[in-house]
Write a protein that binds this ligand. Structure first.
Ligand code: ZN
Length: 430
C-alpha cells in the first residue's frame, strides 16, 4: 500500500509531497509535484509534518494495573497523540526488573502494533532501593533496554546510585532519576509555598528535587557516566542543569507538558487531577522551565502519562494518587505553551518531542530526518485549530486529564507508524 501526502509543510519550513511505500519514505518532491495512480492521496495543505513523537516517560500500567491502562489502550492514546514510540516505565506489577518482564512488555507492545513500546528497566530490585536489578540481563534481552529508572521512587542512596551509574557504562546505558529526596518530602502534598500553608497541605520543597539533581550531576561527572533527569520542575533544577551542561557533564533532562503549562494555583480547587509528583510549582518556575526548554538546557518534553482509575482520584486530596494522563494532549499543550508564546518554532518541537528523545533512548528508527529511504514515522499537525479538551473523550482507560475543559491551540490530525496510518483524520486505526 502506498500513501501520497500532498503539500505538507516540513517542520513548518517548506512545503513538499511525500510518497510512502513499504514502510519507508520513498520519494520527496516539491509541493504538488508527485503523482501515483496506486497511492492513497491525502491533502496536507495547511498542516505541519513532524517526525513521529517519542515519549521517554510513559506509564502503561501493564502488567498489574490493567484497570488503569493496558499496553493496548495506552498505545492507542499514544497514536492519537502523534507518538510512534513510547518508553514504558518500570513501576508495574511485577516490577520490570528482570529480562522476563521487560520482554513481556516488549512483546505486548509489538502485538498491539500501534507504536513501538520500549521498556525501561528498574534500577533496583522491586524499586526498593536496596540492591541493583539485573541491569545487564535487561540490556541483553530482546527488549534491548538502555534506560533504567526507579521512577515513582528516587534512587536516594548515593552509594547505590553511584554503582548504578558505573554499571550501565558497560552497555552505554543511562540512569533516569526521579529526583525526590524522600526525607524532605514525607507526606508532602503540593509545592511548599505560602499557598500550601493557606490550603493546609503539607509542602513539597523545591530543594527536595534540587538536592538530588545536584548530587547526581556530581556523581555522574565523578564516574563519567550518563544521567537523565525525569520531570524537572523547578527554577533551581534549571540552574544546576545549566551549570552541569557548562561543565560538559553527560546529563540530559526532561520537562512534562503539565509543568510547562499549569502551576500551583490550580491546586486551589482541591481537584486531585492537579495532584502530581513532582508537584505543580510557581508561575516563575513555569517561566524558567519554558526558557530552559527553548535554550536546550532542558533537552526534551516527556509526558509522564500516569493513568489512574477514578476511585484513586476522587475523594480527599490527601488520599488521592499522584499523576495525570497526557499522551493525547501533549503536543497541543507544548505548542500552546511554546509556539503560541513565540518561544519555539515547529523545528524546535520536532527536536524536543522526537529527535532528542530518540537520541537519548538510542532508537534507530525514530526521530530521524524526514528524508528519502527513512522509515516513515510521522506526526501531522493542524497548527491553526483551537479546541477544548474533554477528559472523557480518550483512548486511555483513565480520565485524570488535568487539561479538561481548557482550550488548546493546534492538534495532531494524522499519525503514520512504519508507513501505515495509526491515526487518520483524528480516528485511531486499530
Ligand atoms: Zn517520576
Amino acid at each position: 500500500m502506498k500513501i501520497l501526502l500532498k503539500n505538507g509543510s516540513l517542520k513548518g519550513e517548506k512545503n513538499v509531497d511525500l510518497l510512502i511505500e513499504n514502510g519507508k519514505i520513498m520519494k520527496i518532491g516539491p509541493a504538488n509535484s508527485l503523482t501515483d495512480e496506486n497511492a492513497e492521496v491525502i491533502d496536507l495543505s495547511g498542516l505541519i509534518v513532524l517526525p513521529g513523537l517519542v515519549d521517554l516517560h510513559t506509564h502503561l500500567r501493564e502488567p498489574g494495573r490493567e484497570d488503569a491502562e493496558t499496553i493496548a489502550t495506552g498505545s492507542a492514546a499514544a497514536a492519537r497523540g502523534g507518538f510512534t514510540a513510547v518508553h514504558a516505565m518500570a513501576n508495574t506489577l511485577p516490577v520490570a526488573d528482570t529480562a522476563g518482564v521487560v520482554e513481556q512488555v516488549w512483546n505486548l507492545g509489538k502485538n498491539v502494533g500501534l507504536v513501538d513500546v520500549y521498556p525501561i528497566g528498574a534500577v533496583t530490585v522491586g524499586l526498593k532501593g536496596e540492591k541493583l536489578a539485573e541491569l545487564s540481563a535487561m540490556a541483553d534481552s530482546n527488549a534491548r533496554v538502555r534506560i533504567f529508572s526507579d521512577d515513582g521512587f528516587c534512587v536516594s542512596d548515593p552509594v547505590l546510585m553511584r554503582r548504578a551509574l558505573e554499571y550501565v557504562k558497560a552497555f552505554d546505558g543511562v540512569i533516569a532519576q526521579h529526583a525526590q529526596d524522600p526525607r524532605l518530602t514525607e507526606n508532602a502534598q503540593m509545592n511548599e509555598s505560602e499557598l500550601s500553608g493557606k490550603l493546609g497541605l503539607i509542602g513539597w520543597p523545591a530543594i527536595a528535587e534540587e538536592a538530588i539533581v545536584a548530587r547526581d550531576v556530581l556523581l555522574t561527572e565523578h564516574v563519567k557516566s550518563k544521567l537523565h533527569i525525569c520531570h524537572a520542575s523547578t527554577a533551581g533544577t534549571v540552574e544546576i542543569l545549566r551549570w552541569a551542561k557548562d561543565k560538559k557533564v553527560n546529563v540530559t533532562a526532561e520537562v512534562t507538558p503539565h509543568h510547562l503549562f499549569l502551576n500551583q494555583t490550580n491546586c486551589e480547587s482541591y481537584n486531585a487531577n492537579f495532584k502530581v509528583n513532582p508537584p505543580l510549582r510557581t508561575s516563575k518556575d513555569v517561566e524558567e522551565l519554558r526558557k530552559a526548554l527553548a535554550q536546550g538546557i532542558i533537552d526534551v518534553v516527556a509526558t509522564d502519562h500516569a493513568p489512574h482509575p477514578i476511585e484513586d482520584k476522587e475523594g480527599e486530596w490527601q488520599s488521592a494518587a499522584f499523576g495525570m494522563t497526557g499522551l493525547e494532549t501533549a503536543l497541543s499543550v507544548v505548542a500552546t505553551a511554546m509556539i503560541d508564546n513565540k518561544l519555539m518554532n515547529w523545528a524546535d518541537i520536532a527536536r524536543v518531542m522526537s529527535e532528542r528523545p530518540a537520541e537519548i533512548g538510542q532508537l534507530a528508527d525514530h526521530g530521524r530526518p524526514i528524508a528519502e529511504n527513512e522509515i516513515a514515522n510521522l506526526c501531522i499537525v493542524d497548527p491553526e485549530i483551537t479546541w477544548k479538551v474533554d477528559a472523557q473523550d480518550t483512548h486511555s482507560l483513565s480520565t485524570n486529564n488535568p487539561f479538561h475543559e481548557m482550550t488548546l491551540k493546534s492538534k495532531v490530525v494524522h499519525t503514520i507508524f512504519r508507513g501505515k496510518f495509526t491515526m487518520k483524520s483524528g480516528q485511531v486505526q486499530k
